[in-house]
Write a new protein. Structure first.
Length: 315
């Protein structure tokens, strides 16, 4: 026979208060409604549960047995409510972020600083991850927000419970040793064609990464294959090697560090780039800091882009 937890709780209250009227008041019901509930329970169990008298109400042995379970139901419900309040409080302060390296270095920190000023009690964690992992981490619920890059193409189709938020257009630039012939011969700020570097040694991102695929594809379209002397997974390492005179590199504008011994030029043929997005769950009701942080990331992205517009290239 199915057991109604609400009627178990009702019997526990009748036992506690010794009155149907008092139990009704505790449950915010009318005495008539409580009387109907008791009568229905007695019909279902086919035994008397409550004895009514001039001094109130007493439970029968069967009623007392069910009331004991009612106290357990009430305690469990109260504990569940307390646990839920704790969880919701934790979620309201939680923000788990994932970002690829350049974003983790140049976009996330200023946004985190602003967030700390607004919400000093925020429980924030950040993990460095490649863009290809970001969508999966959001989908699995292991991250609240991921900053990812897509190379010369939009994000792949997203499931309905995940949404992408475009942050900025990140152009690729050529980083040259500052004694490179093109650095000296090129007027300040003027862009280069990729084909002008067909005879150079390259410091390139490791084969298999989206950045490398972009370089190889663009070089094919310009009619040459880059002579790759050094491979790395890091734009920072690539720029350090360029500064040491080891070759030239294609680097994202966001990742540009201006390391000593280097200069950079924009590309006008082909105009390579990547798009940077934040990815979140579509419903952020339980994690309100996601929307706050997303707004701060957009502010940082706008400031970065404005700086690039003011300083298009090295002199």
């Amino acid at each position: 026979m199915p057991v109604d937890p609400g009627r178990l709780r009702l019997l526990a209250l009748i036992e506690e208060y010794g009155s149907l009227t008092a139990a009704a008041h505790a449950l915010r019901l009318t005495p008539a409604a409580v009387t109907q509930q008791v009568a229905r329970a007695e019909r279902e169990w086919q035994v008397p549960l409550v004895l009514r008298g001039p001094r109130g109400a007493l439970l029968t042995e069967a009623g007392a047995l069910l009331a004991a379970h009612g106290r357990t139901v009430t305690a469990t419900a109260e504990q569940a409510a307390a646990d839920m309040r704790i969880l919701l409080g934790q979620l309201s302060l939680r923000l788990r972020i994932g970002a690829f390296q350049a974003a983790a270095l140049h976009l996330v920190p200023p946004a985190l600083t602003a967030l700390r000023h607004r919400h000093p009690d925020a429980d924030v964690s950040v993990v460095d991850l490649v863009s290809e992992r970001g969508l999966g981490e959001i989908a699995a619920g292991r991250l609240d927000l991921a900053v990812v890059a897509s190379w010369s193409r939009p994000l792949p189709p997203l499931p309905s419970h995940i949404v992408g938020h475009r942050l900025l257009h990140d152009p690729m630039v050529v980083v040259l040793p500052d004694d490179h012939p093109l650095a000296a011969a090129t007027p300040p700020g003027s862009p280069l064609r990729l084909g002008q570097l067909r005879d150079d040694a390259w410091v390139a991102i490791v084969a298999g990464h989206a950045a490398r695929e972009q370089l190889d594809r663009a070089a094919r379209e310009e009619g040459f294959k880059p002579h790759v002397r050094f491979e790395t997974e890091s734009f920072d390492v690539a720029q350090a090697l360029v500064g040491a005179g080891s070759g030239v590199a294609l680097v994202s504008r966001l990742a540009l560090t201006g390391i000593p011994g280097t200069t950079h030029r924009e590309l006008d043929r082909p105009p390579l780039h990547r798009e940077i997005h934040a990815v979140t769950q579509s419903d952020t009701t339980l994690t309100p800091l996601v929307e706050v942080f997303l707004g701060l990331l957009r502010d940082v992205a706008r400031e970065r882009t404005a700086t690039w517009d003011e300083q298009p290239g090295d002199g």
